[in-house]
Design a protein around this ligand. Structure first.
Ligand SMILES: *Cc1c(COP(=O)(O)O)cnc(C)c1O
Length: 338
């Protein structure tokens, strides 16, 4: 029987038996009435991990980011982000639609921007200019191939934001991958950011869900925004239980995903049909192919391997908890045979 391997994203995972067990046995209530104790437990737990006051459990990372942008801006404002930012590229134009805010894009290195790059892009007080009110960072950077900020990179940006009275939001869809790589402590993040968005359905293996973290007043307002977006949900504790389980059991093991990605990157760099492999820092491998990416993907598909192209000659592999050692071997064997 042929193995099938799905490396399109770390969102393709299914709940493990332990996670399903936690979901079945969750204590739930109507969360719109504030009566779901498992949702409250997840929100408090995630907030404590990152040194923040409060949390809000939402169905997606797009929703947590969009709510944060709404909380930290007024219509006619402008936010600053790297040109690869998920909030700008992959959230359907939500910055303009939901918040009435314009976006100033920077050209970072693999999506990583610095205080020096941000400073000159902050608009002066002038009737012609939109009011700059927010900076959004992404860690790890998805489009950067899983590149990471360290807290040492973030500190000067946070200081600049404080001096200039800007809010700082972190799109931390893969923040635990970044922490695994850098060795920084999650709890220290709360000192630097006004808002943090954390996905439970990426590398952590929960079926659904993200948490927005901020101070209590912001989260109170965020709850209102979530409601207006149709995100007030009822017995969401069944899903929150999966998130709690993920935080307890699936963070430590991310280093396995990183090791698998590193092995794939190393093997790819030896192949004649691969022209370039971007540095592998976490669980994302980006590589360039001599042939068009679509024809390589078609060959991989014959061997049961799914991946995606991110450019005409670029392919992305993302490792995750349903990518097992025997599948790693299978993929390497196929890559060598092409
Ligand atoms: C996946 C992702 C999100 C959120 O995606 P959803 O599919 O809406 O949960 C946000 N930011 C980054 C960097 C992501 O990779």
């Amino acid at each position: 029987m042929q193995l099938t391997v799905d490396l399109r994203s770390d969102t393709v995972t299914k709940p493990t038996p332990g996670m399903l067990e936690a979901m079945w046995s969750a204590k739930v209530g109507d969360d719109v009435f504030g009566e779901d104790e498992t949702v409250a437990e997840l929100e408090n737990k995630a907030a404590a991990i990152f040194g923040m006051e409060a949390g809000l459990f939402c169905p997606s990372g797009t929703m947590t980011n969009q709510i944060a942008i709404k909380c930290f801006t007024q219509p006619l404002d402008e936010l600053i982000a790297d040109q690869t930012a998920h909030v700008y590229r992959y959230e359907g134009g939500g910055i303009a639609f939901n918040s009435g805010v314009s976006t100033r894009l920077l050209n970072g290195y693999r999506g990583i921007i610095t205080a020096e790059m941000i400073a000159p892009e902050i608009n002066a007080e002038n009737i012609h200019y939109p009011h700059t009110s927010l900076v959004v960072l992404e860690n790890t950077v998805n489009k950067g191939g899983g590149s990471c900020y360290t807290l040492a990179d973030i500190a000067p940006i946070a200081e600049l934001c404080q001096t200039k009275d800007l809010k700082l939001h972190l799109d931390g869809a893969r923040i635990f991958n970044a922490l695994t790589h850098t060795g920084d402590k999650a709890v220290d993040y709360g000192k630097y950011f006004n808002g943090i968005s954390v996905c439970l359905s990426k590398g952590l293996g929960a079926p659904v869900g993200s948490v927005l973290l901020a101070d209590a007043a912001t989260i109170k307002y965020a709850r209102r925004i979530r409601k207006v977006l149709g995100g007030g949900w009822r017995q969401a504790g069944f899903l929150a239980a999966a998130g709690i389980y993920a935080l307890d059991h699936h963070v430590e093991r991310l280093k396995i995903d990183h090791a698998h990605a590193a092995i794939l990157g190393e093997e790819l760099s030896k192949l004649s049909w691969v022209s370039n492999v971007l540095p592998v820092e976490t669980n994302i491998v980006l590589f360039d192919t001599v042939e068009p990416a679509t024809s390589v993907l078609a060959k991989l598909a014959i061997h049961g391997i799914k991946a995606i192209d991110t450019d005409k000659h670029r392919i992305r592999f993302v490792t995750h908890l349903d990518f097992h050692p025997e599948q790693v071997e299978h993929v390497i064997k196929v890559l060598k045979s092409l």
